[in-house]
Write a protein that binds this ligand. Sequence first.
Ligand code: ATP
Ligand SMILES: Cc1cn([C@H]2C[C@H](O)[C@@H](COP(=O)(O)O)O2)c(=O)[nH]c1=O
Length: 208
Amino acid sequence: MTDSTASRGKFISFEGIDGAGKSTHIAFVGATLAAKGKRVVSSREPGGTAVGEKLRDMLLHDKMHLETEALLMFASRREHIAQVIAPALERGDWVISDRFTDASFAYQGGGRGLDRAKMEALEQWVHPHLQPDLTLLFDVPLDVARARLDATRTLDKFEQEKADFFAACRTEYLRRAAQFPDRIVVIDSTQSIADIQAMLSGIFEKLL
Ligand SMILES: Nc1ncnc2c1ncn2[C@@H]1O[C@H](COP(=O)(O)OP(=O)(O)OP(=O)(O)O)[C@@H](O)[C@H]1O
Ligand SMILES: Cc1cn([C@H]2C[C@H](O)[C@@H](COP(=O)(O)O)O2)c(=O)[nH]c1=O
Protein backbone atom coordinates (compact mmCIF):
# COMPACT_ATOMS: atom_id res chain seq x y z
CA MET A 1 0.00 0.00 0.00
CA THR A 2 1.37 3.45 -0.85
CA ASP A 3 1.20 6.37 1.56
CA SER A 4 -0.78 9.06 -0.27
CA THR A 5 0.19 11.61 2.40
CA ALA A 6 3.96 11.19 1.86
CA SER A 7 5.62 14.50 1.00
CA ARG A 8 7.49 14.75 -2.28
CA GLY A 9 11.10 13.60 -2.19
CA LYS A 10 14.04 15.61 -3.48
CA PHE A 11 15.90 15.26 -6.75
CA ILE A 12 19.69 15.71 -6.73
CA SER A 13 21.77 15.59 -9.92
CA PHE A 14 25.54 15.21 -10.18
CA GLU A 15 27.36 16.84 -13.09
CA GLY A 16 30.84 17.50 -14.43
CA ILE A 17 33.13 16.66 -17.32
CA ASP A 18 34.31 13.05 -17.52
CA GLY A 19 36.84 12.35 -14.78
CA ALA A 20 35.75 15.30 -12.61
CA GLY A 21 34.97 12.89 -9.77
CA LYS A 22 31.18 12.90 -9.50
CA SER A 23 30.74 9.10 -9.35
CA THR A 24 33.23 9.00 -6.47
CA HIS A 25 30.89 11.09 -4.34
CA ILE A 26 27.54 9.56 -5.25
CA ALA A 27 27.88 6.64 -2.83
CA PHE A 28 28.95 9.03 -0.07
CA VAL A 29 25.89 11.27 -0.58
CA GLY A 30 23.61 8.21 -0.77
CA ALA A 31 25.01 6.91 2.53
CA THR A 32 24.73 10.37 4.13
CA LEU A 33 21.05 10.60 3.17
CA ALA A 34 20.30 7.02 4.22
CA ALA A 35 21.92 7.67 7.63
CA LYS A 36 19.44 10.53 8.04
CA GLY A 37 16.56 8.13 7.40
CA LYS A 38 15.87 8.99 3.75
CA ARG A 39 14.97 6.35 1.20
CA VAL A 40 17.39 6.89 -1.68
CA VAL A 41 17.09 5.87 -5.34
CA SER A 42 20.44 6.12 -7.10
CA SER A 43 20.39 6.16 -10.89
CA ARG A 44 22.18 7.49 -13.95
CA GLU A 45 21.83 9.03 -17.41
CA PRO A 46 21.92 8.01 -20.08
CA GLY A 47 20.42 4.83 -18.63
CA GLY A 48 18.62 4.08 -15.40
CA THR A 49 15.94 1.90 -17.05
CA ALA A 50 16.05 -1.20 -19.28
CA VAL A 51 15.37 0.89 -22.40
CA GLY A 52 17.70 3.64 -21.21
CA GLU A 53 20.58 1.21 -20.67
CA LYS A 54 20.19 -0.04 -24.28
CA LEU A 55 20.28 3.56 -25.48
CA ARG A 56 23.33 4.17 -23.27
CA ASP A 57 25.22 1.36 -24.95
CA MET A 58 24.59 2.94 -28.38
CA LEU A 59 25.26 6.47 -27.17
CA LEU A 60 28.60 5.63 -25.56
CA HIS A 61 29.91 3.48 -28.41
CA ASP A 62 28.31 4.28 -31.78
CA LYS A 63 29.06 7.29 -33.95
CA MET A 64 25.92 9.22 -34.93
CA HIS A 65 24.65 12.61 -36.09
CA LEU A 66 24.75 15.17 -33.27
CA GLU A 67 20.96 15.64 -33.41
CA THR A 68 20.43 11.87 -33.18
CA GLU A 69 22.67 11.91 -30.12
CA ALA A 70 20.66 14.72 -28.50
CA LEU A 71 17.33 13.05 -29.30
CA LEU A 72 18.46 9.71 -27.85
CA MET A 73 19.74 11.42 -24.68
CA PHE A 74 16.29 12.94 -24.21
CA ALA A 75 14.57 9.66 -25.13
CA SER A 76 16.54 7.93 -22.38
CA ARG A 77 15.61 10.80 -20.04
CA ARG A 78 11.90 10.55 -20.89
CA GLU A 79 11.89 6.87 -19.92
CA HIS A 80 13.98 7.58 -16.81
CA ILE A 81 11.52 10.22 -15.60
CA ALA A 82 8.49 8.03 -16.31
CA GLN A 83 9.85 4.80 -14.83
CA VAL A 84 12.15 5.96 -12.03
CA ILE A 85 12.33 9.65 -11.12
CA ALA A 86 8.66 10.72 -10.99
CA PRO A 87 7.37 7.61 -9.13
CA ALA A 88 10.24 7.83 -6.60
CA LEU A 89 9.63 11.52 -5.88
CA GLU A 90 5.90 10.85 -5.50
CA ARG A 91 6.67 8.08 -2.97
CA GLY A 92 8.72 10.61 -0.99
CA ASP A 93 12.08 9.02 -1.90
CA TRP A 94 15.19 11.04 -2.69
CA VAL A 95 16.56 10.57 -6.20
CA ILE A 96 20.27 10.87 -6.92
CA SER A 97 21.00 10.95 -10.64
CA ASP A 98 24.48 10.71 -12.10
CA ARG A 99 23.78 13.41 -14.77
CA PHE A 100 20.55 14.98 -16.07
CA THR A 101 19.67 17.71 -18.59
CA ASP A 102 22.60 20.00 -17.72
CA ALA A 103 24.76 17.29 -19.32
CA SER A 104 22.87 17.63 -22.62
CA PHE A 105 23.44 21.39 -22.61
CA ALA A 106 27.13 20.85 -21.77
CA TYR A 107 27.93 17.94 -24.12
CA GLN A 108 25.50 18.20 -27.07
CA GLY A 109 25.21 22.00 -26.79
CA GLY A 110 28.68 23.09 -25.65
CA GLY A 111 30.80 20.16 -26.83
CA ARG A 112 29.07 19.29 -30.11
CA GLY A 113 27.75 22.78 -30.85
CA LEU A 114 24.05 21.94 -31.16
CA ASP A 115 21.86 25.04 -31.13
CA ARG A 116 20.80 25.85 -27.57
CA ALA A 117 17.24 26.64 -28.72
CA LYS A 118 16.84 23.02 -29.88
CA MET A 119 17.97 21.78 -26.49
CA GLU A 120 15.55 24.12 -24.75
CA ALA A 121 12.73 22.83 -26.96
CA LEU A 122 13.60 19.23 -26.02
CA GLU A 123 13.74 20.15 -22.35
CA GLN A 124 10.30 21.81 -22.62
CA TRP A 125 8.91 18.72 -24.32
CA VAL A 126 10.38 16.09 -22.02
CA HIS A 127 10.23 17.73 -18.58
CA PRO A 128 8.49 21.12 -18.67
CA HIS A 129 7.84 21.12 -14.91
CA LEU A 130 10.65 19.02 -13.45
CA GLN A 131 14.09 20.31 -12.45
CA PRO A 132 16.54 18.96 -9.88
CA ASP A 133 16.15 20.53 -6.44
CA LEU A 134 19.95 20.63 -6.26
CA THR A 135 22.70 20.07 -8.82
CA LEU A 136 26.26 19.43 -7.67
CA LEU A 137 28.67 20.46 -10.41
CA PHE A 138 32.13 18.95 -9.94
CA ASP A 139 34.52 21.31 -11.65
CA VAL A 140 38.14 20.57 -12.55
CA PRO A 141 40.66 21.77 -15.14
CA LEU A 142 40.81 19.50 -18.20
CA ASP A 143 44.30 18.16 -17.51
CA VAL A 144 43.27 16.98 -14.03
CA ALA A 145 40.19 15.20 -15.39
CA ARG A 146 42.20 13.62 -18.21
CA ALA A 147 44.91 12.33 -15.87
CA ARG A 148 42.26 10.77 -13.61
CA LEU A 149 40.57 9.05 -16.56
CA ASP A 150 43.80 7.82 -18.14
CA ALA A 151 44.79 6.23 -14.83
CA THR A 152 41.64 4.17 -14.49
CA ARG A 153 39.85 2.78 -17.51
CA THR A 154 39.23 2.03 -21.18
CA LEU A 155 37.77 5.22 -22.65
CA ASP A 156 34.29 5.39 -24.22
CA LYS A 157 33.24 7.55 -27.21
CA PHE A 158 32.89 10.76 -25.19
CA GLU A 159 35.99 10.17 -23.07
CA GLN A 160 38.05 9.86 -26.27
CA GLU A 161 37.14 13.41 -27.30
CA LYS A 162 39.89 16.04 -27.48
CA ALA A 163 40.64 18.84 -25.02
CA ASP A 164 38.70 21.53 -26.94
CA PHE A 165 35.52 19.41 -26.70
CA PHE A 166 35.83 19.17 -22.91
CA ALA A 167 36.78 22.85 -22.65
CA ALA A 168 33.50 23.72 -24.40
CA CYS A 169 31.55 21.31 -22.14
CA ARG A 170 33.11 22.85 -19.04
CA THR A 171 32.39 26.41 -20.25
CA GLU A 172 28.73 25.53 -20.83
CA TYR A 173 28.44 23.86 -17.40
CA LEU A 174 29.85 27.00 -15.76
CA ARG A 175 27.57 29.23 -17.84
CA ARG A 176 24.57 27.25 -16.58
CA ALA A 177 25.84 27.47 -12.99
CA ALA A 178 25.87 31.26 -13.39
CA GLN A 179 22.39 31.15 -14.96
CA PHE A 180 20.89 28.98 -12.19
CA PRO A 181 22.81 29.94 -9.03
CA ASP A 182 20.00 28.83 -6.70
CA ARG A 183 20.05 25.29 -8.09
CA ILE A 184 23.64 24.57 -9.15
CA VAL A 185 26.46 24.42 -6.60
CA VAL A 186 29.95 24.40 -8.11
CA ILE A 187 32.42 22.21 -6.23
CA ASP A 188 36.16 22.65 -6.77
CA SER A 189 36.96 19.02 -7.49
CA THR A 190 40.74 19.52 -7.38
CA GLN A 191 40.38 19.32 -3.59
CA SER A 192 41.01 16.05 -1.80
CA ILE A 193 38.18 13.53 -1.62
CA ALA A 194 38.03 14.05 2.18
CA ASP A 195 37.70 17.84 1.82
CA ILE A 196 34.95 17.46 -0.78
CA GLN A 197 33.08 15.03 1.46
CA ALA A 198 33.28 17.52 4.34
CA MET A 199 31.80 20.19 2.08
CA LEU A 200 29.04 17.82 0.91
CA SER A 201 28.19 16.98 4.53
CA GLY A 202 27.73 20.71 5.19
CA ILE A 203 25.48 21.12 2.15
CA PHE A 204 23.24 18.21 3.16
CA GLU A 205 23.19 19.27 6.81
CA LYS A 206 21.46 22.47 5.65
CA LEU A 207 19.16 20.71 3.17
CA LEU A 208 17.84 18.05 5.57
N1 ATP B 1 39.12 14.70 -5.48
C1 ATP B 1 39.79 13.70 -6.04
N2 ATP B 1 41.12 13.61 -5.86
C2 ATP B 1 41.83 12.62 -6.45
N3 ATP B 1 41.30 11.65 -7.24
C3 ATP B 1 39.97 11.69 -7.43
C4 ATP B 1 39.16 12.71 -6.86
N4 ATP B 1 37.88 12.49 -7.25
C5 ATP B 1 37.90 11.40 -8.03
N5 ATP B 1 39.15 10.90 -8.13
C6 ATP B 1 39.56 9.73 -8.91
O1 ATP B 1 39.40 10.07 -10.29
C7 ATP B 1 38.91 8.95 -11.03
C8 ATP B 1 37.65 9.39 -11.78
O2 ATP B 1 36.65 9.68 -10.82
P1 ATP B 1 35.10 9.41 -11.10
O3 ATP B 1 34.92 8.07 -11.75
O4 ATP B 1 34.37 9.69 -9.84
O5 ATP B 1 34.82 10.55 -12.16
P2 ATP B 1 33.49 10.88 -12.93
O6 ATP B 1 33.35 12.34 -12.92
O7 ATP B 1 32.35 10.11 -12.37
O8 ATP B 1 33.84 10.39 -14.39
P3 ATP B 1 32.82 9.84 -15.52
O9 ATP B 1 31.83 10.91 -15.73
O10 ATP B 1 33.67 9.62 -16.71
O11 ATP B 1 32.21 8.56 -14.99
C9 ATP B 1 38.70 7.83 -10.02
O12 ATP B 1 39.82 6.97 -10.05
C10 ATP B 1 38.65 8.55 -8.67
O13 ATP B 1 39.12 7.75 -7.61
C1 LIG C 1 23.20 12.52 -19.67
C2 LIG C 1 24.16 12.85 -20.76
C3 LIG C 1 25.41 12.26 -20.79
N1 LIG C 1 26.28 12.56 -21.78
C4 LIG C 1 27.60 11.90 -21.80
C5 LIG C 1 28.52 12.36 -20.70
C6 LIG C 1 29.40 11.18 -20.44
O1 LIG C 1 30.51 11.24 -21.30
C7 LIG C 1 28.53 9.98 -20.86
C8 LIG C 1 28.01 9.22 -19.66
O2 LIG C 1 29.07 8.59 -19.04
P1 LIG C 1 29.27 8.61 -17.43
O3 LIG C 1 30.58 7.90 -17.21
O4 LIG C 1 28.12 7.84 -16.86
O5 LIG C 1 29.30 10.01 -16.97
O6 LIG C 1 27.43 10.51 -21.58
C9 LIG C 1 25.91 13.42 -22.79
O7 LIG C 1 26.69 13.64 -23.72
N2 LIG C 1 24.69 14.01 -22.76
C10 LIG C 1 23.79 13.77 -21.78
O8 LIG C 1 22.67 14.33 -21.79
